[in-house]
Each structure stands twice: as C-alpha cells, then as structure tokens.
Design a protein around this ligand. Structure first.
Ligand code: NAD
Length: 494
C-alpha cells in the first residue's frame, strides 16, 4: 500500500453483525480522532472495499505518545492490584463482543470465522486476563546475602509502542498489550494497514471497561508513515514489533537512535520432522494443518522433513488428506482454507512457486490459483526441492509446503537447522530418547514433540536467529515491559 491509495474521508460502516459501529479513526486520549488522509481497506474474501481508515502521520503519533505519557503516572500508581479489576473487565468486554470481533477480523483479513470464534478472540481475552493475574504474583527470588536482604521490583517503564502484522491482529496485539498494561505501562498501538479494523474496537472496549483515557491509544496508518513515526519516537520506553525481518531492520535502526529496547517476533520457516517410528496418521494430520489461515502463520511448519523409508507412504497419505480440504469462504463453517490477504501477496506467493518450478521443484499438489475466490491459492506441496533453493530458505507466508527426505537423525537436524530462521520446530517420533536428543539440538524458540501449536502463556515464546529478539510469556514478558530493579537493604547489626 502507498500514499497514492490514500483517499478522502467517508462514512463509518457498522460491523458485519450490525451490532457495533466500527472505529475507523485513531483512538487518542479516549477520543476517536480523524485524519484528513484515509486509506481503503479491501476484504480479502472478495476484494470489495469495506472501510476507509485514517492514515496517521507523525503529528498523530506525537499526540498519541503524549496522551500515553500523561496517562502513565496515574496508571502506574494503581499497582497490579488496582489495575487487575479494570483489565479483567476489559477481558470480559472482549468475550462479550466475540461475535463482532470474530466477524470483523474475518472480513478484514480473511481468517476463518470458526477459528476466530473458537480460538483467536477467546485467546485475546485470555492474553489480557492472564497477564493481569500474573502481575499480582510477580517476584524473582535471587536469594539474599548474609549482609543484605535483596528484593527484585518490577517498575512500570513508561510508554510502550506496539506494531503488529495483519495475519492475526486481535491475538497478536493483545499478546503484547496484556503484559504491557498489566506491568503498569501505557500503550500506543499501530495496527497493520491490511487488517486494521479490530484494533479500534479493542480500544473502545478498553474505555468501556473503565480503563482511563490515554492508557491505550491506537494510531492507524501505513507502515512507512505512522509505523516509522512510532518506531523512531523518542518518547517510547519500549517497542514491541511483530512482522517481517526486513521491516524489523528498519524498526530496530529507528529505535536504536533513542536507545529504546525492542522485542521482535519475526518470520519463520519451521521444520516438521517425521521419523520412521512416528505415528504416521498423527504426523500427516498435523502436517496438513499447516495450511491453516492459508499458511499465513509465522509458526507454520512449512518444511516437511520425512525419514526416507516412510516418505512415499507419508506423501500418499498427505495427498489423500489434503485433497479433502475445503477451500472457500472463511465465513462458512466448513471452510478450512480461506484467501490470501491481498492481490499483491497472492502474486508474491505465486512468484515463489513459479521460481521453485523453474529451479526444478515439482508440485505434488496445488501450485495454482484456486477458483474459490479472487485471492485463493490452492494448498500446495512441493517436492524435488534442494536445501539451498529459495522455496526452502525463505518464508512464503502462503499455503505452500515443501517435502524433503533425510537418511539419519544427524541429517534431519542438519536440514532442520539449515535456514536463517529459528522460530519453531515439530518432531514426530515414538522414541522419547530420540525426541529429547533432537529437541535439544534444534535451533528454535519452541519445539513441539508429537503435537503442534500448543500455547502456554506462562512459557517463553520468541524466535532465535532472524526469527526474533527476546522472549515473552509469563515472567519473561514482564522482564521486557518493566524496569527490573534490585533493592538491597543492609541487615541490622546483630
Ligand atoms: P510487515 O513487516 O510488512 O509489517 C508489520 C507491521 O509493520 C505493520 O503494521 C506495518 O504497517 C508496519 N511497518 C511497515 N513498515 C514499517 C516501518 N518502516 N516502520 C515501522 N513499521 C512499519 O509484516 P506483515 O507482512 O504485516 O506480516 C507478516 C510477517 O509477520 C511475516 O514475516 C510473519 O512471519 C511475521 N509474524 C511473526 C509472528 C511471530 O510471533 N513471530 C507472528 C505473526 C506474524
């Protein structure tokens, strides 16, 4: 998206259920504020325009950071006990607005309505409630010395900037928002321009729950303007960025000028390793699940690494199961694979597949646009790929998997670790010792053994190598969002 697509202001439409009015402007200091410039949001379902959203510029970001800075002392002074009831009320508002949030997210980014209702919106509420609870119990026991009593305090840090992508906005923004607010900070959120609509609703729900104006602000807009202005703002105490490696380089450089600590959750090219002793049905089922959200999932196990002796059987079963996937309208209950986010992204995904074909890869299934809609791409599995091919090395962020075989445990680990990424990995084997050995040698922030996408909010989450910087989850989140302080008090003599 670029400035040429910035349009004139227009009306504010209602959510798909008609029950709430969307918020298509910024939310700054508790008020909805318009911008002269707007950009048009198209639904990936049919490419129809669904909203014209405020295109924030640097002065809007300044106003939001200023509001957050003014709201900070009172919010911080409430302490975890004072903030918890307000955050719980916020989480409850999110739960009670499930229909509107889920339907808006689906229309906005093409994700499955059923998944948004069953998982994403409930998880958004839990992201807020969990960290509010956790903040009540924050402590770190570093052990006192014979001379001093040592305490570790988690002080609120200030204004936190949050920048999120379009593939799961409600879940990803609350994953950062929850601990940032629970830790006593105030927030300026910049959603992605390709899927901005649930963010404004969230800000309004927070206000309805009694969270004071200015504590949670939203600035809408394009990455290169609003995003860049937020990343380079000297008023931030922290910056939490979720997105691509390429943007992270720009964001990191901008934040470094102000010595603002960053947490980066970035792309992935995760391996899914299937050993010859694995429960094959289980492994195939999980492998086919990697097409969830049309493959637009950072954690997706897009590189299937299968032991050579079972590769033919695996591929056959995979093909059978994948051919039964329902590709279609994400609003329909039975749909399993929806559209890609934009035409530009569809062409990008297509380009990866075409270049892989030219380099000698073969599509065992898929490899073409799907007739279900203008932005649908068929679930694709590419074989005959080499480790150094672009399709194996780079994140496609679409419904495109590759299949490689390995001859030994050592070979599997070498292939698995052989990219610049390190977000997640899955291992399928019925041998617990092998699972332990392999897990310990994989370069990944999360390893799932005989399972996939199990998330425990207390566990650290993040990426190694180019998949990210830092870990969040449980206490790890507060290590980032708070100023951790040691207080050492000399013991009274005698
Ligand atoms: P992106 O990097 O293009 O954009 C992410 C956000 O950054 C958007 O809000 C965008 O407006 C903003 N932005 C763009 N340019 C900017 C700039 N110069 N300064 C500041 N902000 C700017 O990523 P995307 O296409 O929206 O999302 C897809 C990527 O996100 C994939 O690589 C995916 O793997 C990754 N992702 C990672 C995780 C994780 O937890 N590790 C989760 C979801 C998505």
């Amino acid at each position: 998206m670029n400035e040429a697509q910035v349009l004139a202001p227009s009306t504010r439409p209602a959510s798909p259920t008609g029950a709430v009015r969307w918020c298509v402007d910024h939310v700054i200091d508790g008020l909805e504020r318009s911008s002269a410039r707007r950009f048009t949001v198209l639904s990936p379902i049919d490419e129809r325009p669904i909203a014209e959203v405020a295109a924030g510029q640097a002065p809007d970001v300044d106003a939001a950071v200023d509001a957050a800075r003014r709201a900070f002392p009172a919010w911080a002074a409430l302490g975890p006990q004072g903030r918890a009831p307000l955050l719980n009320a916020f989480a409850q508002r999110v739960r009670s607005c499930l229909d509107e949030l889920a339907a808006t997210e689906t229309l906005d980014n093409g994700s499955l309505l059923a998944a948004n209702r069953a998982r994403m919106v409930p998880r958004a509420a839990e992201n807020i409630a969990y960290f509010a609870r956790h903040a009540l119990t924050l402590h770190k026991d570093v052990g006192s010395t014979p001379e001093t009593i040592d305490e570790v305090l988690y002080d609120p840090a200030g204004v936190v900037g949050i920048i999120v992508p379009w593939n799961a906005p409600i879940m990803l923004s609350t994953w950062r928002l929850g601990p940032a607010l629970a830790g006593g900070n105030t927030v300026v959120l910049k959603p992605a321009e390709w899927a901005p609509l649930t963010s404004g609703l969230l800000a309004r729900l927070a206000l309805e729950a009694g969270i004071p104006p200015g504590v949670f602000n939203v600035v809408q807009g394009l990455g290169e303007t609003a995003g860049a202005a937020l990343a380079s703002h000297p008023g931030l105490a922290r910056l939490a960025f979720t997105g691509s490696v390429e943007t992270a380089r720009l964001v990191g450089r901008a934040a470094a000028a102000n010595i603002v600590p960053c947490s980066f959750e970035l792309g992935g090219k995760s391996p899914l390793i299937v050993f010859e002793d694995a429960d094959l049905d289980d492994a195939v089922k999980v492998a086919v699940q990697q097409y969830a959200n049309a493959g637009q999932v950072c954690l997706a196990g897009t590189r299937l690494l299968v032991a050579a002796p079972i590769a033919r059987r695996f591929a056959q079963r995979f093909q059978e199961l994948a051919s039964s996937l329902v590709v279609g309208d994400p609003r329909e209950l039975g749909c399993q694979v929806g559209p890609l986010i934009t035409r530009q992204h569809l062409e990008r995904v297509e380009g990866f597949v075409e270049r892989a074909r030219l380099a000698g890869a073969r599509c065992l299934i898929g490899g073409y646009r799907h007739e279900a809609g203008p932005l649908h791409f068929a679930p694709t599995l590419m074989t005959d790929v080499e480790q150094d091919m672009e399709i194996v090395q780079n994140e496609v962020f679409g419904p495109v998997l590759t299949l490689q075989t390995f001859d030994s445990e050592e070979h599997a680990i070498e292939l698995a670790n052989g990219t610049r990424y390190g977000l997640a990995a899955s291992v399928f084997s019925t041998d617990p010792e092998r699972c332990g050995r392999v897990s310990s040698r994989l370069v990944a922030g999360t390893v799932w053994v005989n399972c996939f996408y199990v998330r425990n909010l207390a566990a650290p989450f993040g990426g190694s190598r180019h998949s990210g910087v830092g870990r969040e989850g449980g206490e790890f989140s507060f290590d980032f969002y708070c100023d951790v302080k040691t207080v050492q008090t000399r013991r009274a003599p005698g």
